[in-house]
Design a protein around this ligand. Structure first.
Ligand code: FEO
Length: 412
């Protein structure tokens, strides 16, 4: 047996790369399992490349392309997304292939000019325009804000292949296998939810619009720009359903996240008691996250995954604890909705944390579970009972499987 180029479907080749070097995606989100930048080459009458890769991997990317087409020219580059993890090699590509025609929309053209000074040979398409490349037709769907305003998807009606950009993508490198049938897809599910919640979680409505726009097309293969290629009916249905739920701000399953800051462990003790109360009420998916230890990236993943959320914070300089402040800012930034929610706050001489968490609660479309707990200095018997009761009450609401009620209530 000899090594061959990675053909994922007849005449469609994988030419992407794995990044196991960067610590942070967007210089922000941890990459413990790395990330892949997926790109695809279609060998048809007009050789077509779909997206590129991060600029750091231009050489390897070029070798992948050459292993398939040798010295032949590339006719088209389709730019589904201009974020530099996918567009980074464009400047290099137009140097290697000066006659390449670049397909995008008007917003893509603006970014090509701004990022790379590329203005020549740019073909601007509109929604649902088609371009024939031989046996295959490329049909373009504008899907703004999945994840940037210029994002679009490319569909081949003859073979029902969708090049979806960031949508349906996940963190995690492709370690040998590329197709879902060559690997364990379950391994990527949490990394897909983390990618969604960290990177595109703010854009629920545009993602719903994109899913609706694509719904009339049969889809047999999904080629995202990150993570595995989805090819089985079961996996395609599953990843679309994950995206549908997440973009409606519906949880993937019943569960509770207790995210807390704690300087000397007193606020943490309340988190433990709340968790015990929820467990005693029968809830099994319970995750306690210390904001000083666990990255917002992982906490956001679990907040999007589960339908219960309790946040706890000490008072710090008359405000929330900084890590908690960051977390609630990230939650607000993503317009999170539809959660069973409550909070607990601690203070030593003047309470502010509970007040600030109430203000946060009032702004969000959450069902507030009574009663939030406020603690002075350290947990006493009464505070422990209140925390335990809060844990059982939120678990009972989660396990009731009744709809979340977002009208505002006063617990006192
Ligand atoms: Fe994978 Fe929005 O870039």
């Amino acid at each position: 047996m000899m090594y061959r180029p990675r053909e994922i479907k007849k005449n469609i080749y994988y030419v992407g790369v794995n990044d196991r070097n960067k610590n942070l995606f967007e210089n922000l989100w941890p990459l413990p399992k790395g990330v892949s930048y997926n790109s695809f080459l279609i060998e048809d009458e007009k050789i077509t490349l779909i997206d590129t890769v991060d600029v750091c991997y231009s050489d390897l990317f070029f070798r992948n392309i050459q292993s398939i087409i040798g010295e032949k020219p590339i006719h088209y580059l389709v730019v589904n997304h201009m974020e530099p993890d996918h567009s980074g090699a464009i400047e290099w590509l137009v140097t290697k292939y000066p006659d390449i025609q670049i397909i995008g929309n008007s917003r893509t053209a603006d970014m090509l000019k701004g990022y790379y000074g590329v203005t020549d040979n740019v073909i601007e398409i509109n929604d649902k325009d088609e371009i024939s490349i031989g046996k295959n037709t490329l049909r373009f769907y504008l899907t703004p804000m999945v994840h940037w305003p210029e994002t679009m998807m490319t569909y081949i009606p003859e073979t029902h292949v969708l090049f979806s950009g960031d949508a349906f993508g996940s963190f995690g490198t492709l370690d040998g296998g590329i197709l879902d049938t060559q690997l364990n897809p379950e391994w990527y599910e949490d990394e897909m939810i983390r990618y969604y919640s960290n990177i595109v979680g703010k854009y629920g409505s545009p993602i719903q619009a994109a899913l609706k726009k694509l719904s009339s097309n049969a889809i047999e293969t999904i080629c995202s720009t990150h993570g595995p290629i989805w090819t089985t009916d079961e996996n395609i249905t599953h990843v679309i359903s994950i995206y549908d739920k997440l973009s409606r701000y519906e949880a993937i399953e019943n569960g509770l996240v207790v995210a807390y800051g704690s300087m000397y462990g007193h606020t943490e003790q309340l988190a433990e008691i709340i968790g015990a109360g929820a467990a005693d009420a029968g809830l099994k998916n319970i995750v306690l996250h210390n904001v000083s230890k666990t990255s917002d990236s992982e906490i956001l993943r679990d907040i999007f995954k589960y339908n219960g959320l309790i946040i706890g914070s000490p008072t710090y300089n008359n405000k929330l604890y900084p890590g908690v402040e960051n977390l609630i800012s990230a939650i607000q930034n993503r317009n999170l909705k539809n959660r069973f929610f409550s909070y607990f706050g601690g203070f030593t001489w003047a309470g502010a944390a509970a007040k600030h968490l109430k203000e946060f609660s009032d702004k969000m479309e959450f069902e507030l579970i009574c009663s939030p707990v406020e603690m002075k200095q350290s947990p006493d018997g009464v505070t422990c009972d209140l925390a335990y009761s809060l844990g059982t009450k939120i678990a009972e609401r989660i396990l009731s499987n009744e709809p979340i009620k977002t009208q505002k209530i006063d617990c006192h």
